[in-house]
Design a protein around this ligand. Structure first.
Ligand code: PLP
Length: 467
């Protein structure tokens, strides 16, 4: 055995030349970011090539992008530069991925750390020390939140985290082969998850892979009635298929479904029935994690002791399945060549540190403040123009409203007008469709929220003028 006190890798990471190079790179980043202060139009000289590249990409992919958006690779907080040099406020952040905004110096620094690692990707036989540390961070946070989720398996996408969760659950509950899920849920796009996701278009032409029984979601306009309806539907499904349900999949705030917010008593009423019938409680937190008023959605709804398996993703950069002792899989069930890129693992560690140490959560945390500020603007807008905007919907960093009648046409027109005003948001739900925002809550300023809402009013005005 050697009497060295650190690995050779650690000496590399601590080499003063690396420290100096990092400082230089971060200084250069800050200098160039300083030019990004406001939304800006495209740079004339870049427009033609950019359009060509968008068209080529659409052809390569076999379908166009929703927005003519290809990032240049630079941003500054809530602002992002596109490949044509235009600059926009990013209020959707890759659908909830970049909650630290664009080109955050700590995340760039994490990527520099990762660039020094010996491998680009980690997984299966190739995992470095930080894979263990990250799993420990997720588990520590989950235990601190009051759950029994002592185990963690990381992966590259929300869909894979959900697939892994379902495999753990089915194996434990064999021979149960059905699941329960909420109407309008979204779980991902694998064959199994497209079956569970309650959207016809997403499973058009696909074989159905899992038996699913749907339960209606909470209705804030009728808490008691909607709870009764859901409990009855649940009991009915269990009665029809006795001992066949392995789990119920719960989104505590429905993301793609329209930012529909659940309720503690509602969930408890369902969970009581699930527990009586030995059906696992699986909470999909791919979209809610970090973003409701607590770190975990199950904390916000006070369900920590009830959850058996959960998944997290999006803003963590690495996705993960967390599970209690009862769900430890038998060898062979779960493994992946890629569980994450070294850069996404380092970024996830950095983000988890920020989220756990920062003042984001709690009733007066930054996320709650941001929510209130948006909601205040939406209320003022509604007062001035009752037909243009209604709602609001959502919770914490999940913010939505209905534009006009909520028809897909007017919602899309509003999104397009908003994009032209320099603000990127997105659709959620259907009938009515809503406009949702997942703003970069760690970096957005109050003044930027005010500006975004001024631009929203202009966008609504443009659409209204054509009605
Ligand atoms: C609740 C929920 N589950 C699962 C997924 C799938 O995640 P991914 O797109 O990373 O596979 C999403 C993605 O939007 C989601 O919102």
């Amino acid at each position: 055995m050697s009497d060295q006190s650190a690995t050779r890798a650690q000496s590399l990471f601590d080499d003063p030349r690396i420290t100096q190079a990092r400082q230089l790179m971060l200084q250069a980043l800050r200098d160039h970011q300083a030019e990004l202060t406001d939304p800006a139009p495209p740079i004339n000289a870049l427009v033609a090539d950019y359009q060509q590249q968008l068209a080529a990409f659409a052809d390569l992919r076999g379908g166009g992008l929703y927005y003519p958006y290809l990032g240049s690779g630079l941003g500054a907080g809530a602002l992002v530069e596109l490949g044509d040099g235009s600059v926009k406020y990013d209020m959707i952040t890759g659908i909830g991925v970049h909650c630290f905004g664009h080109s955050h110096p700590d995340l760039v620094s994490a990527a520099i750390d990762a660039a020094l690692r010996d491998t680009i990707m980690q997984g299966n036989l190739q995992q470095n020390l930080e894979s263990e540390s990250l799993c420990q961070q997720f588990v520590d946070a989950a235990i601190e939140a009051g759950s029994n989720l002592r185990h963690c398996f990381i992966t590259t996408s929300g869909a894979m985290a959900n697939e892994n969760a379902l495999k753990l659950i089915f194996q434990k509950h064999y021979p149960a082969d059905r699941v329960l899920a909420f109407e309008h849920c979204f779980m991902g796009r694998t064959l199994a998850l497209s079956t569970i996701t309650d959207k016809a278009a997403n499973r058009q032409g696909l074989p159905l892979t899992i038996g699913v029984d749907y339960i209606p979601f909470f209705d804030p306009a009728d808490p008691a009635g909607s709870t009764d309806r859901a409990v009855n539907a649940l009991k009915d499904a269990i009665h029809r298929h006795p001992c066949r349900h392995a789990c119920m999949c719960l989104e505590l705030v429905q993301g793609e479904g329209g930012f529909n917010v659940g309720d503690h008593d509602f969930f408890i009423a369902l969970i009581d029935v699930l527990k009586q019938n030995n059906i696992a409680v699986f909470v999909d937190e791919i979209q809610t994690f970090g973003r409701t008023t607590e770190l975990f959605g199950f904390q916000t709804f006070d369900l920590a002791q009830c959850v058996d398996v959960i998944t997290v993703g999006k803003l963590t950069q690495v996705c993960a399945t967390l599970f209690s002792d009862q769900y430890i899989p038998r060898p062979g069930l779960i493994s992946q060549t890629f569980t994450g890129a070294s850069s996404s693992i380092r970024a996830a560690q950095c983000i988890m540190n920020h989220l756990r140490r920062g003042k984001y959560h709690g009733p007066d945390g930054r996320i709650a403040q941001i929510h209130q500020r948006f909601i205040h603007h939406f209320h003022c807008l509604h007062k001035r123009h009752p037909d243009w905007i209604t709602g609001p919907h959502g919770l914490g960093g999940m913010i939505a409203f209905t534009a006009f009648d909520g028809s897909p046409e007017l919602t899309k027109q509003t999104l397009a007008a908003l994009y032209d005003e320099g603000v990127i948001a997105f659709l959620a739900g259907a009938d009515p469709a809503r406009i949702r925002m997942l703003p970069p809550f760690a970096v957005i300023t109050d003044q930027q929220i005010d500006t975004v809402c001024e631009r929203l009013e202009k966008a609504l005005e443009k659409v209204a003028a054509k009605l």
